[in-house]
Write a protein that binds this ligand. Structure first.
Ligand code: NAI
Ligand code: SOE
Length: 375
């Protein structure tokens, strides 16, 4: 049994999710590991100590630098995006394995530095595009690999939310380019780009438009307004290297859409449709079905499907967001135990940063932009 000692930085939404996922590993992950939650960092004593108690860490520290005072193997980065690079670089320099939330950094240059650092240090590295762990998405990939949709003509992706529509919704780090990089593009569009690559392949060129509908927002608990300098929405068209046509829309301005992450794929033999808000259903249409019964069939995800085996014994019991975090943590610790790369890794994160950079160049008036290939 390999012991893996974890340091985690950040106690927010993802801090809670990642630590809970580690604690679920003995139940759901077959890896021959013992994961110990050694130290948790945040910016105040209150956040760090409360987090440590709630999440089950042995120690807490104020300020991320102090995690390295402890004997650790892994650094788990769940802070706002601008802090990912500095922490990852230091972790790599000290030979620690790194798992980092998406997007890896605020721009391509910093993302590349992170990739170079982890590759030079030969540490296991993983970027948290957790939705690709979803069993229904794995099943879609299996059907594609088996030829069940044939040659792919179209990929149509959406990631829509509505938590930004209210102009009084306060200014948080996600609205600031220096902290977030981009807006809807990097925050949610990056997930859709990830599953587009995972399901269809690499993207060759992109044309995009963006908009910022609400140009300033009140600082939390105050009337003082702060300018918003990231996109509120992005629409992209792209061409995959294999010739398929793609489009993708990401917006946090869609009333009624809470976490609507969808794709439809149309090919020469059939189609696939998925919507995260119904994440235990994968719709599959086969052109080979007899004509009088053609139509999308609703595959109910259960233990016979990839990535769902270790969870619940009956389809319809249903999996959700938390299970994607468990599967992600399982992939990371298994890669460490087996001394192999984790998937998706920082280089995948860099490829996604290149696609987002091409989209932003295009939106700034660049027309169709060729995507630099780095994988
Ligand atoms: P959050 O705002 O809820 O939490 C961020 C945490 O980092 C807070 O506890 C904050 O105090 C802490 N922090 C900030 N500066 C720090 C410092 N210098 N040292 C130590 N701690 C510091 O943010 P959330 O939603 O947890 O997002 C964190 C990351 O996770 C982001 O990169 C975000 O894009 C990503 N994310 C990914 C999701 C997914 O589904 N894969 C879901 C939500 C967020
Ligand atoms: C906010 O838009 C957010 O928390 C994103 O940061 C996550 O990546 C997404 O999975 C859920 O929404």
């Amino acid at each position: 049994v390999k012991e893996i000692k974890v340091a985690q930085i950040g106690t927010g939404f993802m801090g809670k999710t990642h630590s809970l996922a580690y604690r679920a590993l003995p139940t759901f992950c077959p890896a021959d590991v013992e994961v110990n939650l050694v130290v948790l960092a945040d910016v105040t004593e209150q956040l760090a100590s409360t987090g440590a108690r709630m999440f089950g860490f042995e120690n807490w520290v104020v300020g991320w630098e102090r995690i390295f005072d402890h004997d650790i193997d892994v650094v788990d980065i769940v802070t706002p995006n601008d802090l990912h690079p500095v922490i990852a670089l230091e972790a790599a320099r000290l030979g620690k394995h790194v798992i980092c939330e998406k997007p890896l950094a605020v721009d391509v240059a910093q993302t590349l530095e992170m990739v170079e650092a982890v590759e030079e240090a030969s540490v296991v590295n993983m970027v948290c595009f957790n939705y690709r762990q979803t069993p229904a998405i794995r099943m879609a990939r299996k059907l594609i690999d088996e030829g069940a949709v044939g040659e792919i003509y179209h990929f149509r992706g959406q990631y829509l939310q509505d938590w930004c529509v209210d102009p009084q919704s306060p200014f948080v780090w996600r609205f600031q380019a220096s902290k977030a990089g981009s807006g809807s593009l990097g925050d949610i569009g990056s997930h859709a780009i990830d599953y587009a690559r995972f399901l269809v392949g690499e993207i060759d060129q992109v044309v995009a438009m963006t908009d910022t509908f609400v140009k300033e927002r009140p600082l939390p608990g105050s009337q003082t307004m702060h300018p918003v300098d990231v996109d509120d929405a992005v629409s992209m068209l792209f061409r995959f290297k294999n010739g398929a046509m793609g489009n993708l829309e990401a917006s946090r301005f869609c009333y009624g859409r809470k976490n609507m992450l969808t794709f439809e794929i149309n090919g020469s033999e059939g189609s696939l449709y998925f919507d995260w808000e119904h994440c235990n259903d994968l719709l599959y249409y086969s052109a080979r079905d007899q004509e009088d019964r053609q139509g999308y069939r609703d595959i109910k995800i259960g233990p016979v499907h990839p990535h769902a085996e270790a969870f619940w014994p009956i389809a319809g019991i249903n999996m959700a967001y938390f299970e994607t975090a468990v599967l992600q943590a399982c992939e990371f610790v298994t890669a460490i135990a087996e001394d192999r790369p984790a998937v998706p890794d920082f280089r995948d994160g860099l490829q996604i940063a290149e696609i987002m950079d091409a989209a932003l160049q295009s939106a700034a008036g660049g027309g169709w932009v060729k995507v630099k290939q780095v994988v």
